[in-house]
Design a protein around this ligand. Structure first.
Ligand SMILES: [Mn+2]
Length: 350
């Protein structure tokens, strides 16, 4: 019979229990551009902490995309980008005795200098729970970093389970955790070969979640504009390189305006070129809709092609082996040239 391997070593368990015991007011954070995993893990962990009698505030630097707006209890999430919510958030941080950073390895990922400043000044203890590489270990009292895990939601489930909180986990909490595991693995298409993941899923299903509905909510929720935008990108904005082994996607603010682009409309498109037989690396370059000369970069690969190393070397970024991101401060044309150089340099391993 398959059993869930404990996530915490005995010394980590002791540390976790001590930190949780010693706090009353907790503020939790997800990264900028929150995705299913960032929100799901925060909402799931918050539910557990509330069961322990803690006062919890969840803060996201900016708004979530439409395809995860339906998550249970998302209405309680605060957004630092909203001026009228800033005072509440600042007060919560000022009085907090514990800060939790989930799906979030580095403080700088908040990307707001005032917020970073407030966080750095806070005397509260800190916990990082994450599956990205290179966690900011010097800035935390406890780091639960598992880069091989499918998602932070998986880590949060394992934590709750080991801490004895599974019985009290609600259907809403289970739904949040399932959603993050599903979105971070492309619905269990990648990064999900660990058999224990399916044990976790069965434990979540026992809570009464409807995984088919969760799937439809996330993946079958395109607007007509978004579907047509994807058609446009496929036709006009994908270029294959190295005999089809790599692809570059590049689209401008003008392209987006034409299709009434909304946040999240480009999400997942970077995977499309990998559907072509033989294509092993895909690089997406998207102009920022507000700032000039800012290009958002997204990379996906298969097998052992190291997206994270390419992202670090060429795109001021990083991430996982097969899924990474970065950012360039240049024109879209210049970004395309950089992507071409990167693909050429890695041509031998493609
Ligand atoms: Mn994640």
């Amino acid at each position: 019979m398959l059993e869930l391997t404990p996530i915490l070593q005995p010394d980590e368990m002791l540390k976790t229990l001590t930190l949780l015991k010693g706090c009353k007011r907790i503020v939790m954070f997800g990264h900028r551009g929150p995705d299913g995993d960032a929100l799901g893990s925060n909402l799931g962990w918050a539910e557990y902490l509330r069961h322990l009698g803690k006062q919890v505030t969840i803060v996201m630097p900016d708004m979530e995309p439409d395809f995860i707006k339906w998550l249970p209890n998302i209405q309680y999430v605060k957004h630092y980008c909203n001026d009228d919510e800033k005072p509440v958030i600042r007060k919560a941080i000022a009085t907090a005795d514990l800060l939790c950073f989930l799906d979030f390895s580095q403080l700088k990922r908040v990307e707001d200098s005032t917020l970073i400043d407030i966080l750095q000044k806070s005397k509260a203890k800190r916990i990082i729970i994450d599956h990205h590489l290179d966690p900011d270990i010097h800035n935390a009292d406890l780091v639960i970093s598992r880069p091989k895990a499918s998602s932070t939601c998986e880590l949060v489930f394992r934590l709750i389970y080991q801490l004895g909180g599974y019985d009290k986990l609600s259907r809403s909490g289970a739904c949040n955790l399932y959603c993050g595991m599903m979105t971070d693995t492309g619905s269990f298409a990648y990064n999900s070969n660990d058999p224990e993941i399916y044990l976790i899923i069965s434990l979540l299903l026992k809570k009464g979640i409807d995984k088919e509905k969760i799937y439809r909510n996330v993946f079958y929720s395109f607007s007509q504009n978004r579907l047509k935008f994807w058609g446009f990108l496929l036709n006009e904005r994908v270029t294959f390189k190295q005999g089809g082994k790599a692809a570059i996607i590049a689209y401008s603010g003008e392209d987006m305006a034409k299709y009434k682009f909304k946040r999240g409309d480009g999400e997942g498109f970077v995977n499309e070129p990998l559907k072509v037989r033989g294509c092993r690396l895909s690089i997406s370059l998207r102009e920022d809709t507000v700032q000039q000369n800012v290009i958002h970069v997204s990379l996906r690969s298969v097998d052992d092609i190291p997206c994270n190393i390419i992202a670090k070397e060429y795109f001021n970024g990083g991430g996982h082996l097969n899924a990474s991101g970065g950012e360039l401060k240049c024109s879209l044309q210049e970004a395309v040239r950089i992507a071409e150089t990167a693909i050429e340099k890695y041509g031998d391993v493609l």
